[in-house]
Design a protein around this ligand. Structure first.
Ligand SMILES: [Zn+2]
Length: 257
């Protein structure tokens, strides 16, 4: 199975991808869509668990290994670690991170890019920062005047942000179609087990993951869908849509009927 469809995910920490796009990765990876992930920091300032799974010094290596396990489970083939320090991403030199992200966009040539919304979902400074840097790079990647040595310009078709509130709050409201900022709702129930495994792979982060997902009475609901807001892209015929590629022209996958 071969396809020229491609999605680039751009997030701040190991585990952001499992929270936000694990199901989408399973769904589209299974259709042959090429998936790549940029992770800006190793979350080295994060918690180590209770009981701790490692020391604070060991945490960057542990979190990288957890991330690699998680993305292998959900079929994200390409990982790019941008190498910034956790909780200091907002201070990353804009020219440097722009170059890194422009190179990735021009290399993978995705139709769809997914990052945090401008408020980072929960106002986390690193989430806000990666949204800012990704939005900047998406525009720069399409303009040949920017960084001509960083690859052939590439215009993506659709930029997606995470919803303006956390998706677990949105899902619990059960009136998704009336909520502004919920433009795509992807049913991931076929892959909810894999999403759960990817989340559990982030063992050092079990406190937050258990609190949000596994200790919730409605965890099945929380593992049933992922959702996104269109930052820009083709006009939406309805909201929410159920396919990230609706309205995007791609050459047909070879070997699919
Ligand atoms: Zn995060």
């Amino acid at each position: 199975m071969r396809t020229d469809r491609s999605i680039l995910f751009s997030f701040a920490h190991p585990d952001d991808e499992s929270f936000l796009v694990a199901g989408v990765a399973c769904k589209y990876g299974g259709q042959g869509v090429r998936l790549s992930l940029a992770t800006a920091t190793l979350g080295q300032a994060g918690k180590t668990g209770n009981p701790p799974v490692c020391t604070q010094r060991e945490l960057p290596g542990v979190r990288e290994a957890e991330l690699r396990t998680a993305i292998a489970l959900v079929g994200i083939a390409q990982l790019h670690l941008l190498g910034y320090r956790d909780q200091e991403l907002a201070a990353a030199p804009p020219e440097e991170i722009r170059r890194q992200l422009v190179q990735l966009i021009r290399l993978h040539r995705p139709q769809v890019v997914v990052t945090f919304d401008p408020n980072g979902t929960n106002l986390h400074a690193d989430h806000i920062a990666i949204s800012r840097f990704t939005n900047d790079a998406v525009v720069a990647a399409a303009d040949p005047r920017w960084l001509p040595e960083a690859g052939k310009p590439h215009q993506i078709d659709r930029l997606l942000w995470t919803p303006p509130t956390s998706f677990w709050e949105a899902l619990r409201s059960r009136r998704l179609s009336e909520q502004p900022g919920i433009d795509f709702v992807i049913d991931i129930r076929l892959w909810s087990e894999l999403k759960a495994k990817a989340l559990r792979a982030h063992r050092s982060q079990h406190l937050a993951i258990d609190r949000i997902f596994f200790n919730s009475a409605d965890k099945e609901l929380l593992l049933s869908a992922e959702m996104f807001r269109q930052a820009w892209g083709p006009p939406l015929s309805q909201r929410p849509l159920d396919d990230l590629f609706t309205g995007i022209e791609t050459s047909q996958a070879v070997g699919l009927d």
